[in-house]
Design a protein around this ligand. Structure first.
Ligand SMILES: Nc1ncnc2c1ncn2[C@@H]1O[C@H](COP(=O)(O)OP(=O)(O)OP(=O)(O)O)[C@@H](O)[C@H]1O
Length: 319
C-alpha cells in the first residue's frame, strides 16, 4: 500500500485544548479522503500539521515518508486550501493565479482558466472584496489546477451556491480520474460529498474514532425500523449506534454486518431492514455526545451509553 501521509501519536495542545490527541493513522496515496467530525474535532489542526503550517506538541507526521517541516521537496508537492486563506490587500485574480503558477510545479493554466470561467470569478475586483462564494471558488481553482500530489481542502464549499457546489464535485472527480492524486478534504456536507469519498477519517475531540474505507463503513452497520418494542427486542445484545424515534416507531442504527439470522429475526418481528447512510454513520461514530441536543443532531437522537470508546474503535484507530 502506497502511503501519502502517516502519523504516530500526533498531538497538538493549545493551552487547555487538545486540538489533536494521539492520532495514529495512515492516508493512502491516490485516494480521496474525507476528514469528518463536529466543529472543533481537529480537522483543520490535522491539515495544518501535515502541511507544516503548525508544529506538533508531540508525535510525528510524515508526508511521502519525510517530515514536512522545512523540507522543500515535500512542501512543493503539497497544496493546502484553507477556508480563511489570506491574500495581499491589492491581490486580484491574476495575481493569485500568477503566484500559483510559480509555486506549483504541476500547475495547469488552461484548466485554471476553464474553472475561472465556470465559477464566474471576477477579474477586476480585489480578492479581499470577493463574496464568500467567490473566495471559496478561487480556492477551488488554485487547489485543483495546482495538481499537487497531495491537495488539502478545508471546507472548500463555504458560501458556494448549489450549482457551483455540484460543479465542484463533478470537476473534482473528473480531474482526479484523469490525474490521480491524493486529496484530503474536510466537510460537514457528508450527504452531498458521499459519492466522492473513498476513505473517511472521523475525528471527535481530537481523537480518531474511525478510519475506514467508505465501502467497509457502509457495510459495518445496518438499520432496523418498526414498532419500538419490537425493534428494542431485536437490539438486545447488539450495539446500537443511533436511535431515531418517531411516535411509537423507532429506527435503530446497529453495528454489524447483516447476517441471514438478522434477516430472519427482523422478518419474524415485522421489522424493516435497511442500509445506513454515511451521514448517519458519521453521526454515530463521530458525534455521539450522550447529551447532545436534538437541534445539533438533526438526524436523530444519540443513545447514551453507546458512545464509541477506544476499546470499541476499529484496530487502525487504536493502533
Ligand atoms: N490557535 C489556537 N489556540 C487555541 N485553541 C485552538 C487553536 N487552534 C485550534 N484550537 C482549538 O482546537 C480545537 C480543534 O480546532 P480545529 O480548528 O482543528 O477544529 P475543526 O475540526 O477544523 O473544526 P470546524 O469544523 O469548526 O472547522 C478546537 O477546540 C479549537 O478551538
Amino acid at each position: 500500500m502506497n502511503i501519502a501521509i502517516e502519523t504516530r501519536g500526533l498531538t497538538r495542545v493549545h493551552a487547555e485544548t487538545r486540538a489533536l490527541d494521539d492520532v495514529t493513522l495512515q492516508i493512502r496515496a491516490n485516494t480521496i479522503t474525507g476528514l469528518l467530525g463536529r466543529n472543533g474535532a481537529g480537522k483543520t489542526t490535522f491539515m495544518s500539521l501535515a502541511t507544516a503550517q503548525d508544529r506538533p506538541t508531540s508525535g510525528e507526521v510524515r508526508v511521502f515518508g519525510e517530515q514536512p517541516f522545512e523540507h522543500g521537496s515535500v512542501l512543493e508537492r503539497l497544496c493546502f486550501i484553507r477556508d480563511n486563506q489570506r491574500y495581499p490587500d491589492d491581490y486580484k485574480l491574476k495575481h493569485a493565479l500568477r503566484a500559483a503558477r510559480i509555486f506549483y510545479p504541476e500547475w495547469d493554466q488552461a484548466f485554471a482558466d476553464e474553472l475561472v470561467a465556470m465559477f464566474r470569478i471576477p477579474e477586476k475586483t480585489v480578492v479581499k472584496k470577493f463574496s464568500r462564494g467567490q473566495f471559496s471558488a478561487l480556492g477551488i481553482v488554485l487547489g485543483l489546477a495546482s495538481r499537487a500530489p497531495i491537495t488539502f481542502f478545508d471546507e472548500p464549499y463555504l458560501g458556494l451556491d448549489a450549482t457551483a457546489r455540484s460543479y465542484f464535485y463533478d470537476v473534482l472527480l473528473r480531474d482526479y480520474n484523469a490525474h490521480p492524486r491524493t486529496i484530503v478534504l474536510s466537510t460537514h456536507l457528508i450527504d452531498e460529498m458521499d459519492k466522492l469519498l473513498e476513505h473517511v477519517v472521523i475525528l471527535d475531540r481530537g481523537r480518531v474514532v474511525q478510519s475506514a474505507d467508505v465501502e467497509d463503513l457502509r457495510g459495518s452497520a445496518h438499520q432496523v425500523s418498526g414498532r419500538e418494542a419490537d425493534a428494542e427486542r431485536y437490539a438486545i445484545g447488539r450495539r446500537v449506534l443511533r436511535r431515531h424515534r418517531m411516535g411509537g416507531l423507532v429506527s435503530l442504527v446497529i453495528e454489524g454486518r447483516l447476517t441471514a439470522e438478522d434477516r430472519a429475526a427482523a422478518a419474524a418481528a415485522d421489522l424493516d431492514l435497511g442500509t445506513v447512510g454515511l451521514q448517519d454513520l458519521v453521526a454515530a461514530y463521530g458525534a455521539a455526545e450522550p447529551d447532545a441536543d436534538s437541534a445539533a443532531e438533526p438526524v436523530g437522537e444519540p443513545f447514551a451509553g453507546n458512545e464509541p470508546t477506544a476499546d470499541r474503535a476499529p484496530k487502525e484507530a487504536r493502533s
